[in-house]
Design a protein around this ligand. Structure first.
Ligand code: CA
Length: 482
C-alpha cells in the first residue's frame, strides 16, 4: 500500500511539521513501510500509531496544547516571565512571534487522519477484521474532530460570541497537496465538521478499554463538551449520559475519595480502567521528555506553572476538599498541581497525560442538565463529584446554578487545559487577582501589560494565525487587531 509509505505521508504534509519530527522515530511509524508481509489493515493501525505519536509530542498533547488553556486563565500562572509558559500567561506574543506549533501539530494530526480515511474503506479485509476496520476509522474520525476542535477554540472566537459567524480555521477533510491553499472557514462551519466527525466516529469506535487510544466513551465525552461550547444543551446531556452509562458498563468508574490523591499514577488496564477515558501514555522508553506536563508542573522539574493565590483560596473554601491533597508546595512561594504522576518505575517527565476523564462527563452532564432546566439530573451528576471531594458534602436538595457547576468544574479540572475556554465560552470573564495566603507566601500575578480581567472581546484570547502560514498562504486572513 504505497500511499501509506511514511515518506509519502511526509511528502503530503501541507503544513510546517517536518519529517524531522519524532513521530517518525519510534517503532510504530517507522514500521509503516512496504513490507509485503504486512496486511493492509495492519498498515492502517501503524498509521494510527503515527497519529498518537504526534499527539504525544510535548508541543502537542503532552505539554503545550494542555498548559496553554490553563496559563491563559486565572487559576494557574507562569512561575516567572521567562518560563515556557510565560508568553501565554502574559499574552506577550505578537502576530510575528507567536508559536506556530499549535497550528502545525494539529494540522499534521488532521493530515495523517485524512490519509487513513482516504484509504480505510478501500482495503480488503477478512470478515473477522471488519470490527477492527470500523474502530480504526472511528479513531481517525474522532481524532480529526478533536484536532479541529482544538484549532477552532485556539484560533477562533467562542461559538456563542456570535453563533459561529467569525473565522475559525480551514476545514480540511482531504489529503492536500502543497499547491492547495485553503481559506479559513467560519467557526460555525468548523463546528459542523467537528460534530460530524465525532458523531460518525462514536458510531464506529470500539467500546472496550484500549490503552492510550480514543474509544467510544472518551469520544462521546468530548462530543458532549463540543455541544456544551456550542450551546446545544440537549445534545450535550444526551452524549454525556451515553458516555457515563457506557463507560461504567465497561468497568470505568470515578476514583473514590481515598483513591483520588494517588490514582493519577495508576497504570490503567482493562481489568482496572479507573476513570481516565483517554490518555497519552508516556513511558521511560517512549516519553515526551522534559517539556511534558509532569516535568513542567513540578518544582523538582522545570518549575513552569503553579496555581494562583486566588485559586488556592477558592479550593481552600473547604479545607477538607480532597483535591487539596493534589497540591505540592515548594515551602516558599508556590503550589503545584500533582496530577501528572509517573507510573511505577518511571520518573516525573514520563507521567501519562489524562486528556478526557469520566469526571468531565459528569460535569458536562450536570451543566447541560442545569442549563436545560432539569435540576434533578444536574444534582444527580454533580453530586458524585462534590461527594468524592468531601464525603461530608452534598448538593442533594439544592437548586443548582450554572455558576455553582462551573465552580466545581474549575476545581476538578484545574491543570488539565480547560480554564480559559470555560471562563470565556458563555460570555464570562477570567479575573486575575491576588489573595494573601500564608501557605504560598508571595505567589502573586506577574507584572506585565496584559489585562487583569478579560472576556471574549479581548483579541488576545485567541492566537494569531502563525506568520509562516500567513506568508505561505495568501488565502488566510489574520485575526482582528493583530
Ligand atoms: Ca507513564
Amino acid at each position: 500500500m504505497k500511499v501509506l509509505n511514511y515518506i509519502l505521508i511526509c511528502g503530503l504534509s501541507l503544513f510546517t511539521a517536518s519529517c524531522g519530527n519524532d513521530w517518525l522515530d519510534g517503532e510504530p511509524s517507522t514500521s509503516i513501510n512496504n513490507d509485503e508481509g504486512l496486511k493492509l489493515i495492519n498498515e492502517i493501525g501503524y498509521a494510527l500509531n503515527g497519529v498518537y505519536n504526534t499527539m504525544q509530542n510535548a508541543y502537542a498533547y503532552s505539554g503545550r496544547l494542555v498548559y496553554y488553556g490553563d496559563v491563559t486563565g486565572d487559576d494557574m500562572q507562569a512561575v516567572s516571565a521567562t518560563k515556557r509558559t510565560g508568553s501565554y500567561y502574559l499574552f506577550s506574543y505578537t502576530k510575528d512571534n507567536a508559536p506556530s506549533t499549535h497550528w502545525s501539530y494539529l494540522y499534521n494530526i488532521i493530515n495523517q487522519c485524512n490519509i487513513i480515511l482516504a484509504n480505510v474503506d478501500q482495503i480488503d479485509v477478512i470478515a473477522a477484521d471488519e470490527a477492527k476496520r470500523n474502530d480504526y476509522k472511528g479513531q481517525a474520525l474522532a481524532l480529526r474532530g478533536m484536532a479541529l476542535f482544538d484549532l477552532t477554540r485556539i484560533f477562533g472566537y467562542p461559538y456563542r460570541k456570535d453563533n459561529g459567524a467569525s473565522l475559525g480555521v480551514p476545514v480540511v477533510t482531504e489529503v492536500l497537496t502543497i499547491l492547495d491553499k485553503p481559506a479559513r472557514n467560519t467557526v460555525a462551519e468548523c463546528y459542523t465538521q467537528i460534530i460530524a466527525d465525532l458523531e460518525a466516529g462514536t458510531g464506529l469506535l470500539g467500546e472496550d478499554f484500549n490503552k492510550g487510544k480514543i474509544n467510544k466513551w472518551s469520544a462521546l465525552t468530548l462530543l458532549s463538551r463540543v455541544y456544551l461550547y456550542k450551546g446545544d444543551n440537549t445534545k450535550a446531556l444526551e452524549k454525556a449520559e451515553a458516555a457515563i452509562s457506557g463507560a461504567e458498563g465497561k468497568k470505568y468508574k470515578l476514583w473514590t475519595n481515598a483513591e483520588y490523591p494517588t490514582a493519577w499514577s495508576n497504570d490503567a488496564s482493562s481489568s482496572i480502567p479507573g476513570e481516565v477515558l483517554f490518555e497519552i501514555v508516556n513511558t521511560n522508553t517512549d516519553g515526551a521528555g522534559k517539556e511534558s506536563m509532569g516535568y513542567l508542573s513540578s518544582y523538582n522539574g522545570y518549575d513552569d506553572l503553579c496555581i494562583t493565590s486566588s485559586f488556592y483560596a477558592l479550593l481552600r473554601e473547604d479545607p477538607n476538599d480532597i483535591r487539596l491533597k493534589l497540591l505540592s508546595f515548594d515551602g516558599k512561594k508556590y503550589a503545584y498541581v500533582f496530577k501528572y504522576q509517573p507510573q511505577g518505575g518511571e520518573i516525573i517527565e514520563d507521567a501519562n497525560i489524562p486528556l478526557i476523564r469520566l469526571s468531565e462527563a459528569y460535569l458536562n452532564a450536570a451543566e447541560a442538565a442545569q442549563k436545560s432546566g432539569n435540576n434533578d439530573k444536574a444534582v444527580k451528576y454533580l453530586d458524585p463529584i462534590v461527594k468524592r471531594a468531601n464525603p461530608q458534602n452534598t448538593v442533594a436538595g439544592e437548586q443548582l446554578t450554572t455558576e455553582r457547576i462551573l465552580t466545581e468544574r474549575r476545581k476538578e479540572l484545574v491543570d488539565e487545559g480547560h480554564r480559559m475556554y470555560d471562563a470565556l465560552r458563555d460570555g464570562g470573564k477570567a479575573h486575575r487577582y491576588d489573595v494573601a495566603n500564608s501557605n504560598i507566601g508571595s505567589t502573586k500575578h506577574l507584572t506585565g501589560s496584559y489585562q487583569k480581567e478579560y472576556d471574549w472581546n479581548w483579541y488576545k484570547t485567541i492566537l494569531p494565525i502563525p506568520k509562516a502560514e500567513m506568508d505561505a498562504n495568501p488565502n488566510l486572513k489574520q485575526n482582528p487587531e493583530y
